[in-house]
Design a protein around this ligand. Structure first.
Ligand SMILES: [Fe+2]
Length: 231
């Protein structure tokens, strides 16, 4: 019987998680948020595990690193999937809310969750959700560029992600403190910005008070990512 094969990979410069997910029997796979600097590592692993990567999926247009999507797609023949809300060049699949893609006996369901950026998508597979920067462990992505909106992010998390079963595993796009996974139930209770006791106006204030500096690579990363990481 098919099992979900799962690898959580880490890129240390941007603290980004890349996820490799596959059907153990058919070896059909998808990769979520590969990073250009670690694409060779990922390709080696894909070869070792004898996987056939059907899709590379982006949770959003990243501002802090360049995607490895093009590199992985070139080497494997995978189709590149990016949100339909982003004006990308070279994406094979424009992902919209509710889209489903099959790999082996499994499928991935796209949940549009704008707010951190206008093009954020979470991916639900089996018992887990890949949340990109929409929902981080005990935190959330910022909302001050790329058409980010605290009001939209609040809705995406409270009315969309927090309606998933409490036991759903949460795998975020980054972690800066060494955490690897959480659950929807734990984030509802303990997320510092978005737990269910925090109302909308308090969340707006938290986000407005962050006053973060721009990501160092934003001017290079965003145009490169709109090109799916193609050089
Ligand atoms: Fe981001």
């Amino acid at each position: 019987m098919s099992k979900l094969l799962f690898q959580q990979l880490f890129e240390k410069e941007s603290s980004t998680y890349t996820y490799l997910v596959a059907d153990s029997e058919t070896r059909e796979a998808l990769i979520i948020d590969p990073v250009i600097e670690t694409a060779e590592r990922d390709l080696k692993l894909i070869m070792e595990l004898e996987l056939k990567v059907l899709f590379t999926l982006e949770t959003h247009i990243h501002a802090d690193h360049i995607t490895g999507a093009w590199k992985i797609a070139e080497a494997t023949g995978a189709k590149i999937g990016v949100s339909a809300a982003a004006e990308t060049v070279g994406a094979d699949l424009k992902i919209s809310d509710g889209d489903q893609l099959s790999f082996g006996a499994f499928s991935v369901l796209a949940l549009a969750t704008p707010g951190h950026t206008s093009s954020c998508v979470c991916y639900f597979v089996d018992d887990r959700v890949f949340t990109g920067d929409t929902l981080l462990i005990r935190g959330s992505g910022r909302t001050d560029f790329q058409e980010g909106s605290a009001a939209t992010l609040y809705k995406s998390v409270q009315r969309r992600l927090f309606t998933l079963p409490d036991e759903t595993l949460v795998y975020p796009g980054h972690d800066y403190r060494g955490f690897t996974a959480s659950t929807i139930g734990d984030e509802k209770r303990h997320n510092a910005r978005l737990n269910q006791k925090i109302d909308e106006s308090t969340f707006f204030k938290i986000m407005a008070d962050l006053k973060l500096s721009e990501p160092a690579k934003i001017k290079v990363a965003v145009p490169a990512n709109l090109n799916c990481g193609r050089p």
